[in-house]
Design a protein around this ligand. Structure first.
Ligand SMILES: [Zn+2]
Length: 684
């Protein structure tokens, strides 16, 4: 699936990440009320701030906060998420008891939640659910009927073959378009299929064992299940070979290939795009945007050369994988063992209520979100964040005007884009309308499927209509933020407007180093190596003078090289090209937020707090946002799939480029974080 917006952090990896230990939960909730915005006991003062700032600020916290068994990483995002989960649990439990009218937010949330918590019914009914999925695929008599089954599975949320979605046309951002994108893999990246190192080989074996298990659990004998797993793996490997790398996918122009449906049909023959669109409810589409034409050709070859029986196995494997987390315990466990344990190092599965809440958030997140903001979102927070955005935007304007590497002509366009940024804070002005979505109390799997199908159909129905600019891509309780290029907007869900990101009672330095830098980060996405290719209206259009683009690329290249030199684990390095956009956003965000802080402090007294200047507290605040413990497996997956650098480098990387940081802490030549002025990267 295409990355539609650029987020602050990867929530997919956060998943439903929680903490099991009841005592810890208590400690967390009381700690929040009284915790000072900067807690000195979290520091490791045996390390100099100029050697390793991440360790200096977070070393004490890291020691005190081992990763819970149910997590693959643990950090401030998780802590806030945990807080939100407790609120959401109360909301969902109350809704489940409310006997609310059909179609109301309480009914959708309450019945969905209750259906997921009813493990007895699930254990009893799931074997039939599984067989129903398989029989539908088995009954297909030829490839045409298989295509129909593929679309049915797609509507249920399956990732088989390729990805199909309706989003704004990137070259005409007022209109929706239908996109066809590479996909079809069961593992999170093509590298897992193609790389020869020992680690990947082990993961491949574990994946085949997982596929075998899925077939065993659904009734195949051991030999047949093993063969089926090999067949499925072979098909996926062929798709992996035809896939672009994540770095190649970051080029928005190369991955935008608009063509008529007839042209796409010819490209994919005998895999019929026309029939697929009709089955998907998009018969009216005249054009499609094909992300990767070569991948589509590979699908065509595969569809032609693979026997019907083998394609059935492939679709079945994806159907089983898609349903596994919602079925009876053996399926749940098998899915957990591969995706969470093998790939991310998580020791134990999360408690049921946390997994179910994540599913409810995924399925009816704006119904749940409405109940959440009524309870947990203070309007004062919104006003304060609005004011901070004003100040950040003003500071950005000054930075653009002062740039020594950009011509006046490009500056003019950049300023135009900056002024056109839209902002969304807390929750949507217009909530998603769930009318027609059927959620029942006694069938969890049906609810999961209904929610997926509702979303699929909601997207397809808007083809040909003007873009709904009020739409949100994250739900209100989400602890994250994003920039969305086609809408040129920055978005901050209610969930992130809490400590350590934002604290209405903290001093400016702390809020600008946290939320301010987060706002700066999102604004900077509009000017990172991808975002800069979209104009003020959100269209892919080159508004750069060629020399300015060249100078931007030189700077970006230097930043990429800097991050590629960071070693995460022995022999495992950050991918500077994959993380470039996020690293530009962090660097730009901090520089802008620092300027905005100076402006906010003008004419005010500047007392030392805990012995720190406001400047020092600004950088400390940023560092504590990123306090994290992560398992080795998690880190290995992160460098492969996540466009965000691991937490330590999101702190030490950008700060080592900022003269203001070296000045604040007196860092000198010879200190590990010190970079000579001529080596420092400055973009915005
Ligand atoms: Zn980001």
């Amino acid at each position: 699936m295409k990355q539609w917006y650029y987020a602050l952090a990867l929530t997919a990896a956060l998943g439903a990440c929680q903490q099991k230990n009841e005592d810890k939960q208590q400690a967390d909730s009381t700690a929040v009320a009284v915790a000072p915005p900067i807690d000195l006991s979290n520091f490791d003062t045996t390390v100099s701030p100029c050697e390793d700032f991440f360790q200096y600020v977070n070393g004490g916290w890291i020691k005190k906060n081992p990763i819970p068994e149910t997590e693959s990483r643990w950090g401030s995002f998780n802590e806030v998420y945990e807080r939100n989960q407790k609120i959401l649990k109360e909301i969902a439990e109350k809704a489940a008891e409310a006997n609310a009218p059909k179609g109301s937010n309480e009914q959708l949330v309450g019945d969905f939640y209750a259906s997921g918590m009813d493990s007895l019914t699930i254990e009893k009914a799931a074997p039939e659910w599984v067989q129903a999925e398989l029989q539908a695929i088995e009954a297909a008599t030829g490839k045409e009927e298989l295509l129909q089954q593929w679309i049915e599975q797609k509507k249920n949320g399956s990732r088989a073959v390729l990805s199909l979605f309706v989003m704004p046309d990137e070259k005409n951002s007022e209109q929706y378009a239908i996109y066809i994108y590479q996909g079809g893999l069961g593992m999170p990246d093509r590298d897992y299929y193609l790389k020869e190192d020992e680690d990947k080989q082990k993961i491949r074996e574990a994946y085949k064992a997982y596929l075998t298990k899925l077939f065993r659990l659904s009734g195949s004998d051991e030999t047949a299940a093993k063969q089926a797993a090999e067949t499925v793996f072979g098909i996926e490997k062929a798709l992996a070979e035809a896939s672009k790398s994540r770095v190649e996918l970051r080029d928005p122009i190369a991955n935008y290939n608009k063509m008529s449906v007839e042209e796409a049909e010819a490209l994919a023959k005998p895999f019929s795009i026309k029939n697929a669109l009709t089955l998907a409810g998009a018969a009216q589409a005249k054009e499609v945007i094909v992300g990767q034409p070569n991948f589509l050709k590979a699908v065509a070859r595969l569809w032609q050369q693979t026997p019907v029986e083998d394609l059935k196995l492939y679709l079945k494997a994806h159907a089983l994988n898609n349903g596994a987390p919602y079925w009876h315990h053996e399926f749940v466990q098998a899915h957990f063992e591969f995706y969470n344990k093998t790939l991310r190092g998580q020791k134990q599965n999360k408690e049921r209520w946390k997994r179910v809440l994540a599913t409810v958030d995924d399925g009816v997140g704006e119904a749940l979100g409405q109940l959440y903001v009524q309870k947990a979102f203070p309007p004062e927070a919104k006003a304060k964040v609005m004011e901070m955005i004003d100040n950040l935007q003003y500071a950005y304007e000054q930075h653009i005007k002062d740039l020594d590497w950009m011509s006046e002509k490009t500056k003019e366009e950049a300023l135009k884009k900056l002024a056109a940024f839209k902002r969304k804070i807390g929750y949507p002005d217009k909530w998603k309308d769930y009318s027609g979505l059927e959620i029942v109390r006694n069938n969890y799997w049906q609810n999961v499927k209904n929610a997926h199908r509702f979303e699929f159909e909601r997207q397809v129905k808007r083809l040909g209509q003007p873009v709904d600019k009020t739409e949100w891509f994250m739900t209100p309780p989400t602890v994250n933020a994003y920039y969305n290029p086609p809408m040129n907007e920055i978005v901050f869900p209610a969930g992130i407007l809490q400590p350590p990101f934002f604290d209405p009672n903290a001093d400016d330095a702390v809020n600008y180093g946290g939320m301010g830098a987060v706002i700066g980060h999102e604004l900077s996405h509009g000017f990172d190596d991808q975002g800069r290719q979209y104009d003020a209206e959100g269209n892919l259009r080159d508004w750069w003078m060629p020399e300015d683009a060249e100078r931007f690329k030189e700077r970006a290249q230097a930043l990429s090289a800097q991050f590629s030199s960071y070693e995460v684990l022995p022999g495992v390095k950050v991918n500077g090209d994959l993380t470039l956009g996020e690293n530009i956003a962090d660097l730009g965000g901090l520089a802008i937020a620092y300027t905005a802080l100076q402006k906010a402090l003008e004419g005010k007294e500047r007392p030392l707090i805990d012995g720190f200047t406001p400047e020092q507290r600004f950088f400390i605040s940023w560092a504590q946002v990123w306090r994290t413990n992560a398992r080795e497996e998690y880190l290995k997956q992160q460098v492969l799939v996540d466009p965000h650098s691991p937490a330590r480098f999101r702190v030490n990387g950008p700060l080592s480029n900022l003269p203001e940081f070296h000045e604040a802490f007196g860092c000198k030549e010879g200190d590990k974080m010190y970079r000579k002025p001529e080596e420092r990267v400055k973009i915005w």
